[in-house]
Write a protein of this length. Structure first.
Ligand code: M6R
Length: 365
């Protein structure tokens, strides 16, 4: 069952290296070509697409935010990411030149199913990313990419998220290669990086003890702010959700550039701030945001790429992630955030696998 782990969540966090491997298996060939069996969309159809919607709820929505960055960067098609419960009621502008990607671990989330139907009603092709073979969403979509994460029992989603990211990167590359918007060599580099992720994810699991210790010193905190720019902002949202969902600690994620526009007023002596600084091209900007926080006495735990020592002495603590191309960094950056949320919840004595008020699958509105 739990294979010796105290909770399903911890077990599922540890299953991520294999889940990523399984989700990649057979889908990258000849070092840089993408094979997605159940995605039948042709080059002609792709060339006609003017806009993509990614629609999902909760963690799957956060995966979609990363997907937007990847698709826009590689395939140069505008992407809107929508929360399913908003999308279905706001008369989104959809037509046959729209592609809709729905993301759902369970494949049974009521709002996501309704969004899928709304998209189909307006003649949009629908690609589903789901973890459950034969689920409602897999049956109703035109194309399907399964995440091979295996059953996820804990209410807090972990391995579903990382494998959803893998699936979104594969779609982004597939679209880009078919459209001809990405250099073959660059696509190959991204593919190589994706293939290295299982081993890197494995290494990150070794930070467990450090994060557990951090949690044992900070679980009494009332609020936590997660900051990042670009892809780090997307991961910040997911880290924040994970923490509030299982530890009941109030937390918010902000695009670091927004600090000055209001949130900075909340930073005072000792406020815990998690700063994600994996994006090389945004590092200097992030650094000045971090300084805005430390100047006000904020207590900063930062995550940076191995080899970048610039935060030493500026923040309280830096955790170094195995060096990875920044384009795919979210897949590994999220793992220590999952562990942090987990240990905070354990320290607080929360029911980690079954947080209060929540259900694994939200099949009613
Ligand atoms: O099964 P789904 O992916 O459609 O579920 C979506 C959300 O309900 C889910 O991700 C939820 O936000 C998780 N409990 C977050 O950890």
């Amino acid at each position: 069952e739990k294979s010796g782990y105290e909770h399903f969540m911890l077990k599922e966090i540890h299953e991520q290296p294999n889940a990523i491997k399984d989700t990649l298996r057979g889908r990258i060939i000849n070092d840089g070509e993408i094979v997605l069996d159940k995605v039948k969309i042709t080059k002609d159809e792709i060339d006609k697409i003017e806009k993509i919607f990614i629609v999902a709820c909760g963690t799957a929505y956060h995966a979609g935010v990363v997907g937007k960055y990847a698709i826009e960067k590689f395939a140069r098609i505008p992407v809107e990411v929508d929360i399913a419960s908003e999308f279905r009621y706001r008369e989104p502008i959809i037509n046959e030149r729209t592609l809709t990607i729905v993301v759902s671990q369970s494949g049974e989330t009521a709002d996501t199913i309704a969004a899928l139907k709304e998209a189909k009603k307006h003649n949009s092709r629908v690609i589903a990313i789901t973890n459950v073979v034969g689920s409602s969403i897999s049956r109703e979509a035109d194309d399907v990419i399964y995440t091979w994460a295996g059953p996820e029992i804990a209410v807090a989603s972990t391995k579903a998220y990382t494998t959803q990211l893998v699936a979104l990167y594969l779609i982004a590359l597939d679209l880009a290669l078919k459209k001809g918007t990405i250099e073959k060599e660059y696509a190959k580099q991204i593919c190589d990086e994706l293939k290295k992720l299982p081993e890197r994810a494995e290494r990150i699991l070794n930070y467990k003890d450090e994060l557990q210790e951090f949690a044992s010193n900070h679980f009494n905190t009332k609020d936590v702010f997660y900051l990042g720019r670009g892809l780090d902002y997307a991961v910040a949202m997911e880290g924040s959700l994970k923490l509030k969902e299982i530890s009941y600690i109030h937390s918010e994620a902000y695009a670091a550039g927004e600090l000055k526009h209001g949130t900075l007023a909340l930073i005072e002596n000792g406020t815990l701030v998690i700063a994600l600084a994996t994006q090389e091209h945004l590092f200097e900007k992030m650094l000045s945001n971090i300084r805005e926080v430390t100047t006000r006495g904020g207590y900063v735990l930062a995550f940076a790429m191995e080899g970048n020592k610039q935060l030493e002495g500026i923040v309280e603590k830096v955790i170094y992630l195995p060096k990875t191309m920044e384009e795919v960094a979210p897949i590994i950056t999220v793992i220590p955030l999952q562990l942090l949320a987990y240990y905070m919840a354990v320290e607080k004595g929360c029911d980690v696998d079954k947080p209060r008020n929540l259900a694994k699958s939200v099949t009613v509105e």
